[in-house]
Design a binder for this molecule. Structure first.
Ligand code: AMP
Length: 416
């Protein structure tokens, strides 16, 4: 990024004073890199591909220009019937309510009331149908529930002016391809399309190619992830829980988000940690919406310090300045690894993405590294050193990484 862009203010990006004023109130002192690059492009009306990790500030990057567009059209604007003018598609219900919440917050001072509606599955459809009556300026939706609402005539998509696909990689990896295609077929040809994705697997690249018209590409992954420290600890099989408990106690993290791969594993781990004197809450798909909201609020307020979650449930969690994310189980896909660790070090904060790997995880972690173009040093936790030589033997063929001056290679390292 050029120095010019780094020094730009929100006003320099072309945002109207009422929006800038609101951002000042929210203590957004300066635009994040994705915002600096994206906002002028979207204001210009161009299609956009934005490569940005979760937590980079991309919600504001797409929603501020949309709000400005609505304000500038205000005289011609007519909200009626069940029409929606700007559609934001997201992969999960948590993300839907969070994005809608942020948009409502950004529109707080706008002279004319802007109606933002969020629709997502897992809760009763009737209040959402009612909310859609009379039309909406912005609808934030998960694909399945949106299609249900289309088929019961609760919403019309044929006048959509802006389409945002948020976390497109996640949407496709969660199996929403068919729903997405059905939705795209209902949208008008003429529209502005903004696609955001943390990763660009084949499926996302071909979706972008078919959907976008001469898009501007903004890729900021490397700049964003520089605020994130990634560490990997080798542990003996069967010692992960003990190591995890030790790390939590020793480091006294203000909060920690721990990922496991199954709902049952969430509960088991919470019980095991509790026996070691660590109170943890769980967040997974078997929890009702009410319970999820309560846990999320508790975690946000800091009341809950340790949260154990599955990928699907944790997607879209908006927790500011999360100090550490821990992979207790490795994620299945390399893309999920990036998504998980993206929960820490948000919006310029330094965060820690930590993975615990035992012998069975070694190979899989190598694949994760390779796909994400990473090479991380395996560290050991003092007091829990890996007993067998398999660890050393396994990594022996790896070429040593270039080390910054003054940091001698140590086999065993204490977690700072
Ligand atoms: P997002 O990537 O959109 O989920 O945003 C991540 C977090 O950063 C949210 O809590 C936002 O409120 C916050 N945020 C977004 N933009 C800024 C900014 N320019 N300055 C400070 N915080 C921001």
């Amino acid at each position: 990024m050029t120095d010019d862009k780094l020094n730009q203010s929100f006003a320099d990006l072309g945002l109207i004073p009422t929006l800038v004023e609101r951002l000042t109130e929210l203590e957004y002192t300066k635009p994040t890199p994705i915002q600096s690059h994206t906002i002028p492009v979207v204001l210009e009306g161009r299609d956009l591909i934005g490569g940005a990790n979760t937590g980079s500030g991309k919600t504001a990057a797409f929603s501020l220009p949309i709000l400005q567009k609505i304000c500038q059209q205000d005289k011609q604007r007519s909200r009626h019937g069940n029409i929606v003018s700007h559609l934001v598609l997201v992969p999960t219900r948590e993300l839907a309510s969070q994005v809608a919440y942020n948009i409502k917050s950004y529109s707080y001072h706008l002279r004319h009331e802007i109606k933002t509606t969020s629709v997502f599955g897992g809760v009763s459809v009737n209040p959402q149908m009612q909310a859609l009556r009379g039309g909406s300026d912005i609808v934030v939706a998960t694909p399945g529930r949106l299609l249900d609402l289309v088929s019961s005539n609760a919403i019309k998509l044929n006048q959509v002016q802006t389409l945002v696909l948020d976390e497109a990689d996640r949407m496709l990896s969660l199996g929403f391809t068919e729903e997405l295609n059905k939705i795209l077929a209902l949208l008008p040809e003429q529209k502005q399309t903004l696609l955001f994705s943390a990763t660009f697997p084949e499926k996302v690249a071909s979706l972008a190619e078919n959907l976008l018209n001469d898009p501007v590409e903004v890729q900021l992954q490397s700049a964003e992830s520089s605020t994130l420290v990634q560490r990997v600890f080798s542990v003996n099989k069967g010692q992960k829980t003990a190591v995890l408990a030790h790390l939590i106690k020793e480091n006294q993290w203000r909060q920690a988000l721990i990922f496991v791969n199954a709902k049952n594993a969430c509960n088991h781990l919470a019980q095991k940690l509790s026996k070691r004197g660590i109170a943890a809450e769980v967040f997974h798909g078997d929890k009702g919406q009410g319970a999820r909201t309560r846990v999320l609020e508790g975690f946000k307020s800091g009341e809950i310090q340790v949260l154990i979650a599955t990928d699907i449930a944790a997607r879209g969690l908006d927790i500011e300045k999360l100090p550490v994310v821990i992979n207790f189980d490795l994620p299945r896909s390399p893309a999920d690894y990036m998504h998980r660790i993206g929960r820490s070090g948000r919006a310029g904060e330094v965060g820690l993405g930590l993975s615990l790997i035992d012998y069975d995880d070694y190979h899989h972690f190598k694949v994760i590294e390779k796909k994400n173009k990473l090479r991380l040093e395996r560290e050991q936790v003092a007091g829990f050193e890996v007993e067998d030589d398999q660890n050393e033997a396994y990594f022996a063929p790896m070429k040593p990484r270039a080390k910054p001056a003054g940091t001698g290679k140590k086999k065993k390292k204490r977690l700072q």
